[in-house]
Design a protein around this ligand. Structure first.
Ligand code: ADP
Ligand code: MG
Length: 261
């Protein structure tokens, strides 16, 4: 059997914050091209820390991260870290848009990773980049909102702008940190459907932290569960039985009940 080379390989990754909190303990993980990997776990289990170590918003305390075969966990050079980060776009629970700027300008911001400082300062974008930004807005179904201010949009629309902005980076990996946790259930599905579309149709690998198990079952191709900074489950979404659910979330977990949406 031919096994495709992993896009991402994490070896013995640990992260201890300066205050002494051990957020990740010896994580080992492989992610293959085209996967939609979902990371679950209680609040505080280390999900965000894991994503932030992967794109080096946080520095791992020890261990290795190989991305497209390159060791990036120990990189110190800021320019090299930026270059890695440009291929790994990230979207966030609270969207991180610039509220008073137009939707189009927010999307164009996704190109900044590829620009010199002076081009960024002057906000210079080419006609081709503007066309591309509009195309990416069309992809997430909100082309007609391009000239509105970002703060005039609903939560779901804001997250779609954030996805369009991420696509401007032409990423090979998309990291999504609780992308639908601020949204109502119906809107969750709209946003998750767009994430699945860019995963399946554009071949962009996705790693998403998700709270609701029902969404995991619908969208994940594979799941890992974190508990107190350690991976306690890996498998297919359908393999998360009631018993696993209780082990991952504890007996009292009600806000993440399996069929809550
Ligand atoms: P999750 O995303 O699963 O809620 P986090 O990765 O945010 O988990 O947090 C994991 C642990 O690390 C928690 O105990 C949290 O309090 C701690 N933590 C997160 N960020 C920091 C930080 N910047 N400084 C110190 N401790 C942190
Ligand atoms: Mg988090």
């Amino acid at each position: 059997m031919i096994v495709a080379e992993a896009l991402l390989r994490v070896e013995n990754l640990s992260k201890t914050y300066p205050n002494g909190v051990q957020a990740l303990k010896n994580i080992n993980l492989e992610v293959h091209p085209g996967e939609f990997l979902v990371v679950i776990g209680l609040s505080g289990s280390g999900k965000s820390t894991l994503l932030r170590c992967l794109n080096r918003l946080q520095e791992p305390t020890s261990g290795h991260i190989y991305f497209s075969g390159q060791e990036i966990g120990q990189l110190q050079d800021a320019a090299k870290i930026r270059s890695v980060r440009s291929k790994m776009a990230m979207i966030f629970q609270h969207f991180n848009l610039i509220p008073r700027q137009s939707v189009l300008k927010n999307v164009l911001m996704g190109r900044l990773a590829a620009k010199s400082t002076w081009q960024s300062l002057w906000g210079m974008f080419s006609g081709a980049e503007r066309l591309e930004a509009k195309e990416n807005l069309r992809l997430v179904g909100i082309a007609e909102k391009a000239s509105l201010r970002a703060d005039q949009l609903s939560g779901g629309q804001k997250q779609r702008v954030a996805i369009a902005r991420a696509l401007m980076q032409k990423p090979i990996l998309l990291l999504a940190d609780e992308p639908v946790s601020s949204l109502d259930p119906a809107t969750c599905h709209v946003v998750m459907d767009y994430l699945r579309k860019i995963n399946q149709e554009m071949g962009i690998t996705v790693i998403a932290n998700l709270h609701f198990l029902s969404l995991v079952r619908q969208y994940a191709t594979r799941v890992v569960a974190l508990k107190d900074g350690e991976i306690v489950f890996r498998g297919k979404p359908e393999e998360i039985t009631e018993e696993w659910f209780r082990r991952i979330y504890g007996e009292g977990a009600q806000d993440v009940a399996p069929n809550d949406i």
